[in-house]
Design a protein around this ligand. Sequence first.
Ligand code: 6PG
Length: 261
Amino acid sequence: MSINLTNLTGTVHVAPDRDRLFDDLAAMLIKSAFDAVQQRGEFHIALSGGSTPEPFYMQLVTDPRYRMIPWDKTHVWIVDERRVPENHEQSNIRMIRESLLDHVVIEPRQIHPMPVLADDPVGEYEAELRSVFGCEMTLPRIDFVLLGMGDDCHTASLFPHSPAIDVKDRWIAVNEGEHVTPPPRVTMTYPLLNAGRYLAVLITGAKKAAAIRRVAQQMAKAPDPANLPITGIDPSTYENNPGRFTWFLEEAVCQGEESDE
Ligand code: 6PG
């Protein structure tokens, strides 16, 4: 039986299999990139870690259709990161470099890893955002934010009942403690994520069906970020120029079929 997704925030895009889903997501990424470059001269993208996007990043490199991505005009930001050295197996920037950034022509100064081992990673990353976007107090608007969702419905490193869920006055937060899956994290907060111009959440594999069902049932009532953090994602309220949000779902996620992965 398929899950009723009509109450999800934003738009739902379902593809029959993972390859088609990646194609559709890549097409949207390229459209965002071209629009951003045409309108503002550069493209800012924020990428997530996790196992779901890794094959997507590899496809961006290997599929000739995606060579048109304007990497020379792109700035790459990180949605969230574990507080480990860059060469650590759990480092998101390590995975993103190995699967994607090491294989495209992009200036190193346009790649913005989170300074997770600094004494003040929050202040440093916010300062970097301010300086690159040239904004002092106003929220930077990232053109394309790629999110994932964990089995517990967390997104970025915003875990259920964790301290970063409640951070409304910073763009970046450290997240740690009993509700955070170790190691401690640094994460973009709701205000920064929801200021994004285009947010995409990529979810594949039937094992995520239970989580998406919980989100859909909750959204029939109201968002509940404390319990289901992904329900706090909503760029539609941004001032006069709202962002857009699309769920990119493999069909198996919506039907809860047994996974053969
Ligand atoms: C991370 C993330 C995180 C991730 C989800 C889903 O660094 O782990 O940014 O929010 O997207 O945990 O992870 P999977 O794709 O591995 O299921």
